[in-house]
Design a binder for this molecule. Structure first.
Ligand code: V47
Length: 359
């Protein structure tokens, strides 16, 4: 195999294989891989780069799943454990409205004692504070947990949450699907297979979702390709994923950070994003999450196939607890400048990728 054969496929819009993707991960020439990804992205999106104005709310860090990569979770009654009152949720949502946000992104720990009604009330609280806000909330892992709390099947749980204001799902909790990696990363979390089943139900219920991959820890390139293959297959069936977001592992304050495998470097970040663009031909959007990548790599990735930058964010906790050195938030102007100075055209979008404004 050589890169010219892959280039030929890419030029003719032929799907690349798992072996092709593995070959690209092992290819020493980042620029050659990036050029192919940029070609695909230019064909699909021209110079447009999406961003949105959003605010994250992490309502609690108390979690019964003790994932080895996570610096955010606390056991109940330990130092630093918190759970927001609904008033705190409301004031954050009101602040977001004041800042012109169009989206609230809510994820939190699997709290051992909050009732299902808390989650319905939290959605209702945000909806009341900002009726125009889109609420993107709860990973597939949380949905499974909430369905147990509610004593309802996944589909009925989703209907109840939708009724209270849920608009779509974020892509967290996917980590790496391969069981041999997952049992070291997050043995207590639902399996990769279950994550995919829940997302299939989410899509069947008419909700869109995102998809992530946590990389740069103990996984191999083959594990990454396997993860993306399973996403590509589900996307062929449902078309419900809006965007793929590779999450670069942050190594501070968590047990995995002490392993030999260092935090992924810039070359690996860019190559991973580029290969995602090439392999996931049925995903419209590839997002650089600047919180984990840092602003410089996130900006550079716009020349390597990426067409989406998350977002203004505000008060990010999961990456920063694990040592992310990026700021806690970026203003709309900062993001616009970042995109423009990469020679691209900034387009503010809503959560469902409708274009709101071009800058
Ligand atoms: O599932 C946890 C990851 C995820 C670490 O859908 C870590 O638009 C790196 O999914 N280093 C939650 N990553 C965040 C998430 C997300 C973020 C932004 C946008 C969207 C979206 C989704 O954070 C978790 C886990 O994979 N994570 N710890 C860590 N040490």
């Amino acid at each position: 195999m050589n890169i010219e054969q892959i280039e030929e496929k890419v030029r003719e819009s032929v799907r690349i294989s798992d072996d092709d993707a593995l070959f690209l991960f092992g290819h020493p020439d980042l620029i050659a891989v990036g050029r192919l990804a940029a070609m695909v992205n230019d064909r699909r999106n021209g110079k447009k780069v999406f961003f949105n104005v959003n605010r994250h709310i992490n309502h609690t860090n108390i979690c019964v799943n003790r994932c080895a990569f996570c610096a955010f979770y606390r056991a109940a009654d330990t130092d630093g454990a918190y759970c927001m009152e609904l008033d705190e949720v409301r004031s954050r949502a009101l602040e977001a409205v004041g800042q012109g946000a169009t989206e609230i992104h809510i994820v939190g720990g699997l709290h051992p004692s909050l009732p299902f009604d808390f989650y319905l009330e939290m959605l209702a609280t945000v909806r009341e504070a900002g009726p125009e806000l889109h609420i993107k909330a709860f990973t597939a892992v949380e949905i499974e947990y909430l369905s147990r709390l509610a004593g309802l099947p996944i589909r009925d749980t989703l209907e109840r949450l939708k009724g209270a204001g849920l608009g779509s799902l974020p892509g967290g909790g996917a980590e790496i699907f391969a069981p041999h990696v997952r049992e070291k990363l997050c043995p207590e979390k639902i399996s990769g297979e279950r994550w995919l089943e829940i997302m299939a139900e989410v899509h069947a219920s008419g909700l869109k979702s995102n998809a992530t991959m946590l990389y740069g820890h103990i996984e191999s390139h083959a594990d990454r390709v396997d993860h993306m293959r399973q996403l590509r297959e589900l996307q062929d069936r449902t078309g419900g994923f809006q965007v793929f977001i590779p999450l670069a592992f942050q190594k501070e304050n968590n047990p995995l950070g002490h392993l030999k495998n260092p935090m992924s470097g810039g070359v690996d970040d860019l190559k991973t994003l580029a290969i995602a663009r090439l392999y996931l031909d049925n995903f419209a959007n590839i997002k650089a999450y600047w919180v984990m990548l840092g602003e410089k790599i996130a900006q550079t990735s716009l020349c390597f196939g990426v067409n989406d930058l998350d977002g203004t964010v505000v008060e990010e906790k999961i990456g920063h607890d694990a040592g992310a050195t990026s700021p806690q938030a970026m203003g709309r102007d900062d993001i616009v400048r970042l995109i423009r100075s990469a020679g691209r055209v900034p387009v503010e979008r809503d959560t469902l990728y409708n274009e709101l404004r071009m800058y």
